[in-house]
Ligand binder design. Structure first.
Ligand code: IPE
Ligand code: IPE
Ligand code: MG
Length: 250
C-alpha cells in the first residue's frame, strides 16, 4: 500500500493551496543567450530561482516541491555543460543543506544515482540523512531522473517482491516501488521556458495534475510569476472524471 491515495482509485481532496508542486525548470540556456552569456551563466542564476521558489512554497504552505534538475536525456548535452551541472549540484548541496535543515526542510533526491560519482552520492545521502526527520516542506530534486526509468525500475521491483502475482498486479503493488511513493501526486505541474511537453518527467504521477505552462524563463520566474501560476491553479475545476454538476452538489 502506498502512503497516499491514488487519483485513479479514489478522488483526492482538493485544497486552495496545492499540496504538491512539480516543476520543469526550463529556459536557463535561452536566458543566458539573450544576454550574450554562456549557457552555464543561466544555470547559475537558475540556482537563485530555486532558492526563491522554496521560500514561496514555504510561505504559502505547499507541502511538497519537486524540481526537475537533470533528466536522463540531459547526458546528451555537451560534456562541458554536463560536468558544469554536476559541479553546480554538488556546490549547491554543500552550500544550502545546512540552511534547508535550519528551515525544517526535508531533502530528497529521485533518479538513477548509479551514474553519479562517489562524492556526489555521498553528499546526497548525507543531505537526506540530516534532514530526514524534518516536518516542513519536502524538497525533492529529480536528477538523472526519467519517468520511463522510474516505471521500469518499479515494475522490476514489484515483480521481485511479488513473484507469485504475475498477471494480477494492481496499482497498490506498483506504487510503493515508484520513486515518489513518499508524496501525494502533484496537484500542480509548472513548466517554464515556453515548451509544452513533459520531457519524461513524472509520467505516472502527472495523471490528474493541473498543467501550467509559461513562457517565462526559469531565471526570471519571480514572485509575480509564481503568484500567476497559483492563481491559475485556483481557477481550475478538478473533476477527476466527474461532471461539473456533480461537483456543484458536493
Ligand atoms: C533547464 O534549462 C536546465 C536543465 C535542463 C539542466 P535549459 O538548459 O534546458 O535551457 P534552454 O531550454 O536551453 O533555454
Ligand atoms: C527538461 O528540460 C529537463 C530539465 C529541466 C531538467 P530540457 O530542456 O532538457 O527538455 P527538452 O529536451 O527541451 O524537452
Ligand atoms: Mg531546455
Amino acid at each position: 500500500m502506498g502512503l497516499f491515495s491514488s487519483s485513479t482509485n479514489s478522488i483526492p481532496e482538493v485544497l486552495q493551496v496545492p499540496r504538491h508542486i512539480a516543476v520543469i525548470m526550463d529556459g536557463n540556456g535561452r536566458w543566458a543567450k539573450k544576454r550574450f552569456l554562456p549557457r552555464i551563466a543561466g544555470h547559475k542564476v537558475g540556482v537563485e530561482t530555486v532558492r526563491t521558489m522554496i521560500k514561496h512554497c514555504v510561505d504559502i504552505g505547499v507541502e511538497y516541491l519537486t524540481l526537475f534538475a537533470f533528466s536522463s536525456e540531459n547526458w546528451r548535452r555537451p560534456p562541458e555543460e554536463v560536468s558544469f551541472l554536476m559541479g553546480l549540484f554538488m556546490e549547491a548541496l554543500k552550500k544550502e543543506v545546512t540552511k534547508l535543515h535550519k528551515n525544517n526542510v526535508r531533502f530528497m533526491m529521485i533518479g538513477d544515482r548509479t551514474r553519479f560519482n562517489d562524492a556526489l552520492c555521498a553528499e546526497i545521502l548525507a543531505a537526506e540523512h540530516l534532514t530526514a526527520k524534518n516536518s516542513g516542506l519536502t524538497l525533492t530534486i529529480a536528477a538523472n531522473y526519467g519517468g520511463r526509468w522510474d516505471l521500469l525500475q518499479a515494475v522490476n521491483a514489484m515483480q521481485k517482491a511479488n513473484p507469485n502475482l504475475i498477471g494480477c498486479y494492481t496499482e497498490e503493488h506498483l506504487t510503493p516501488h515508484l520513486s515518489m511513493y513518499f508524496a501525494p501526486e502533484p496537484d500542480l505541474f509548472i513548466r517554464t521556458g515556453g515548451e509544452k511537453r513533459i520531457s519524461n518527467f513524472l509520467l505516472w504521477q502527472l495523471a490528474y495534475s493541473e498543467l501550467y505552462f509559461t513562457d517565462t524563463l526559469w531565471p526570471d520566474f519571480d514572485d509575480d510569476a509564481f503568484k500567476l501560476a497559483i492563481q491559475s491553479y485556483q481557477q481550475r475545476e478538478r473533476r477527476f472524471g466527474r461532471t461539473s454538476e456533480q461537483l456543484a452538489n458536493t
